[in-house]
Design a protein around this ligand. Structure first.
Ligand code: FAD
Length: 557
């Protein structure tokens, strides 16, 4: 199909020799690729984006779309104090010494400018998520009342014409802003008249409200965009990256990059070989787009890149619902609210609690990856979310609204002992755990795991009790009882080629590989394992995407 304005199909590009050469070639069309391409085009480069999937936007398009930008100008408007020193102290407190201080400094220094640049260069408009705490708000430099996590305002996809249908769409949140979702403090549902208006104007929020405006700006800047175009290998000439092999409709073609190739191909979460080779613990439930198979990582390795942060990912607990498919694969649904609501706990095979269930999703990866040195296994996997009828009636669960019958695929029994037998958990252990949990709730303090102690724990639970422990502490008393298996999932992996502060890929000796950049989840995360708050992946990705695009347009590497 020929797409008007600036895009060509494989057939067109293969027939047009003159169109096989660009200054900057960007691989992948998520936040990393789109921001890098825009900055490169603004720097005067002739830019092309090659996207492997048929739809643009990658995991970014189906994400919450929230970037974490310390010291952003919207904080000033609301009188929220922040400083680079505070932000750095906070990130350092979460990095366990693994973060490269220069990369962290570059992120914090670039954060404010990047936020402003996005608003100046595109129709993206952000708002502070009111009251939304950082993920470890009590750490030094953390912000219990929020300010760094931003919600992109709704964007009308009518502005994109035929391109509106070329962007990956989230079935669940297409017309929601993050602040409409339960995670962002809303109900998760729109009033019928509001939904009707948003549908009529094709107003989309969350990740779609990042990708749509970025794509519009790129089309206006006459960047060439190709979908169904998978990069397979880099071309090196005398140690410099000078182009890339791209396969379109089964045919491989050479695309020349006069100045640079920018890898922005996302993580390797869908490549089971790479996952088992590198990740520090089990991960069987990737939540992003299935085209993120580590292609860019493999290309960088073949070019001699130094790797970093390879054991890490942006972890998240997930649930799989039978028959629920996205992009041709079993969908991994994020479990963020259900585990935080009062009247629910996580238990392991022994029927024991093992963590603060209301902690942020990324930190919970650590609880899943605990090893038992004697049994030599992962005692907390698999694990189950346990809740009772009171919970089900008050909150619903996994797609059912409050008061609606709980779905058939969820394990259900009249007694805890029977429930434990159904799911293969120690019945005595489960009984004791629930007794202890109910005593914990009555005492108003979780001595075992501190659930409810942090401002973050008190945010995501029952909104009627927000900011109090009651928002997350509630007893499990009323049968029938329910159990849902929880998986160790990821939003995307976060290890890959090590880069400098402009996104240039370094080789195993620490020298720049000329002509090669990497941004986003394909690269080693600039904050390493530190996930500061909502937007902790997209914030750095956008900062370094812009930096890489600017540097690549100058051909300085
Ligand atoms: C449900 C969900 C919600 C999330 N919410 C948030 C949030 O609110 N805030 C936040 O900070 N993070 C969030 N995340 C994580 C965030 O979406 C990702 O970290 C981020 O989008 C990664 O951006 P990227 O540009 O690196 O990769 P992606 O957006 O995944 O883009 C990579 C692209 O590269 C393409 N590609 C792969 N291989 C090739 C190849 N060989 N040739 C050409 N193209 C290729 C892929 O098809 C894909 O389109 C969320 C993730 C999920 C799944």
């Amino acid at each position: 199909m020929y797409c008007p304005t600036t895009a060509w199909t494989g057939e067109y590009i293969l027939g047009m020799d003159s169109r096989k050469q660009f200054d900057v070639v960007v691989l992948g069309s998520g936040a990393g690729g789109l921001s890098a391409a825009l900055a490169a085009a603004q720097g005067g480069a002739q830019v092309a984006i090659f996207e492997k999937a048929d739809l643009l936007g990658g995991s970014t398009a189906i994400s919450g779309g929230v970037p974490w930008f310390p010291c952003n100008h919207h904080q000033d408007e609301l009188g929220i104090d922040d400083s680079p020193e505070q932000a750095l102290a906070y990130l350092s407190s979460l990095s366990l010494g693994r973060m490269d201080p220069q990369m962290a400094q570059a992120f914090v220094d670039g954060s404010r400018q990047t936020c402003k640049w996005l608003e100046d260069s595109t129709s993206i408009r952000f708002s502070v998520m009111p009251g939304y705490p950082d993920y470890h708000p009590e750490h030094p430099g953390g912000m219990p009342a929020g300010g760094r996590s931003l919600d992109p305002n709704l964007f009308s996809y009518r502005e994109l014409g035929v391109w509106a249908d070329k962007i990956a769409k989230s079935r669940r949140s297409a017309h929601l802003k993050i602040t409409d979702t339960t995670l962002g403090g809303g109900t998760g549902y729109l009033a019928p008249e509001v939904l009707a208006q948003r549908e009529a104007e094709d107003l989309r929020g969350c990740g779609a409200a990042l990708v749509g405006p970025l794509l519009k700006a790129l089309l206006d800047a006459e960047v060439s965009i190709f979908t169904g175009a998978a990069a397979t290998d880099l071309i090196l000439t005398d140690g410099r990256v000078t182009g890339v092999q791209v396969t379109i409709e089964g045919t491989s073609t050479t695309v020349v990059a006069n100045k640079a190739v920018i890898l922005a191909t996302g993580g390797f979460e869908w490549n089971t070989t790479l996952v088992s080779s590198f990740l520090r613990g089990p991960m069987d439930s990737p939540a992003g787009v299935p085209t993120n198979e580590g292609d860019g990582l493999l290309m960088a390795m073949r070019a001699g890149a130094q790797l970093a942060n390879m054991g890490q990912a942006w972890w998240v607990p997930t649930v799989t619902i039978p028959g629920d498919v996205a992009f041709g694969q079993q969908r991994a649904n994020l479990v963020n609210r259900e585990r935080t609501l009062p009247g629910s706990i996580f238990v392991n095979r022994k029927g024991k609690r093992f963590t603060n269930e209301a902690a942020n999703y990324n930190a919970l990866g650590g609880a899943f990856h605990q090893m038992d040195p004697v049994g030599f296994d992962y005692p907390n996997l698999p694990c189950w979310l346990i809740f009772d009828q009171q919970y089900a009636t008050s909150y619903g669960s996994f797609g059912t609204k409050a008061g609606e019958p709980i779905a058939d695929w969820i394990a259900r029994a009249d007694t805890l002992s029977h429930l434990a037998q159904l799911i293969g958990v120690d019945p005595e252990g489960l009984g004791d755990t629930v007794t202890r949990w109910n005593a914990t709730v009555a005492a108003g303090h979780d001595e075992d795991f501190g659930r409810g102690d942090s401002a973050y724990d008190r945010w995501s639970g029952d909104g009627d009790f927000r900011f109090t422990k009651q928002s997350t502490l509630g007893p499990i008393t009323t049968g029938p009882f329910y159990a849902v298996e929880i998986h160790s999932g990821t939003l995307g992996t976060s290890g890959g080629p090590r880069t400098d502060t402009s996104g240039r890929v370094l080789n195993t000796y620490g020298d720049v590989i000329p002509g090669l950049f990497a941004v986003g989840n394909v690269a080693a995360a600039p904050t390493a394992m530190a996930y500061g708050g909502a937007g902790g992946t997209l914030g750095p990705i956008l900062v370094f995407g812009r930096a890489a695009g600017m540097a690549a347009s100058q051909g300085t590497a």
